[in-house]
Design a binder for this molecule. Sequence first.
Ligand SMILES: NC(=O)C1=CN([C@@H]2O[C@H](COP(=O)(O)OP(=O)(O)OC[C@H]3O[C@@H](n4cnc5c(N)ncnc54)[C@H](O)[C@@H]3O)[C@@H](O)[C@H]2O)[C@@H](O)CC1
Ligand SMILES: [K+]
Length: 476
Amino acid sequence: MENAGALIAQHIREKLESGRVLFIAGRGNNGGDAFVAARHLAGSLGYIVNVVLLGKSRDIGTKEAFRNFSLLKFSRVNIFEITDSSQLEASASELFQETDLLVDAVFGTGISGKLREPESTAIDLINLEGKAGKTVISIDIPSGLDPDGGDFEKAVHAGLTVTFHRMKIGLLSEKAKEYTGVIKVADIGICTDAEQYVGPGDLMMLRRRKSEEHKGDSGKILVIGGGPYSGAPTFAALAALKAGADLVTVAVPAPVAEIVASYSPNLIVRKLSSNVLCPDDLSILLDLISSHDVVVMGMGLGRATETLEAVRKIIPFCRKAVLDADALSALSGTIFESIAGNCELIVTPHAGEFARLRNMETPESLEARIKAVREFSEEKGVVTLLKGKIDIISDGKQTLLNRTGNPGMTVGGTGDVLAGLTGSLFSRNPAFLAAACAAHINGTAGDLAFEKAGNGLLATDVLEKIPEIIKIAEIG
Ligand SMILES: NC(=O)C1=CN([C@@H]2O[C@H](COP(=O)(O)OP(=O)(O)OC[C@H]3O[C@@H](n4cnc5c(N)ncnc54)[C@H](O)[C@@H]3O)[C@@H](O)[C@H]2O)[C@@H](O)CC1
Ligand SMILES: [K+]
């Protein structure tokens, strides 16, 4: 934002040697760019800088934009907080008419839905001045245009659009060109890694809790696992809780039910009928599946024939599911076809499981792996999180990489933790975002645990660190 704002100020100086500049800023980061530019410009001789904020400063939507707005109080900038269209027309029309140059920062890539007020009137007022011959500079995209190139109601007619990093699709169409004026692409120093890898910016997209929420609103997760093993489903269940789920039920075969319950009083444990998961369990499970948001299945189930058959029968009843470990062995082409459109699936294989899923060796090189994960996800209609030194997450259209984590995490149980974490985030977020952020959080928690335990770290150490990482992500 600092780089973006500084470059905008530079473009203003090139267009106007001195005079009155009016920034019309929304409450998002597009407005944030304007606050930075206004501060930079106010530091240059010869400019009278006015900023109209569309709304109240307390409603500025991001920390970064708010921080930059607050800095304006220490600059030679006049600020006007205007909350409705009549106020805008009455008190701001003078400001609009007297200015030499207008900067449109109403919104950029964050626009969504029908135009509201006072933003819609702000666009009209900017265009009136533009028609009268004044220079209008749009920040990133003329406000009103759809950055993805879709239909739009109306937009600012700019003389110059300074867009950041790379050309947005929405600036390219013939219709858009009637609004953009000259387009300059400004390099604001975003490295390619920041686009390719999951990072704090992605974590900030995760849904946050609201103060008025009730028990269950933050996710009800059903873990189906265990039989030959009791630790694996427990790791997944505890990770789901640590990542913020409200309720976690663990459905496990009879012999391990009491063991799992003895691990933690935080878990609700449901005992299944046999020694391993089998099709007879479907009657108990169907009720549980319908009363939970996400099913996380596979950890420690074993690969008995009846277990794999039960997994295949369960999947079509799930609205959302994370499939890990032994559940992946049950997947076949026909499963994907039968659930298409009814069930959202995230699969979390490691390289060996991915090879079995595709009936093909998992490539070694990162480029070839990315291609394989993207193609598999697109063809099967799932989100894939391929675990590895660098995790690859794709839904077939978008792909992200994750490089948090360390060699200490090859210890047993960390994959189960990741599956539970993914399920927890998936209950409240889109599948791709949930999987990408889960990979990042799991690896970061592992890195924190590594600082203390080194290669002796345990999956339980990773579990303990998850809340810290989630808390930092929520604070932003
Ligand atoms: N992503 C990045 O790396 C960078 C982003 N930057 C800026 O950030 C912008 C995106 O910021 P945001 O995502 O905060 O979004 P915007 O600032 O584009 O828009 C969000 C604001 O517009 C309001 N809004 C959305 N739709 C509306 C409608 N139909 N009617 C009325 N109000 C509406 C929202 O309530 C919110 O206040 C980019 O265009 C760019 O200018 C820059 O700071 C540079 C770095
Ligand atoms: K804009």
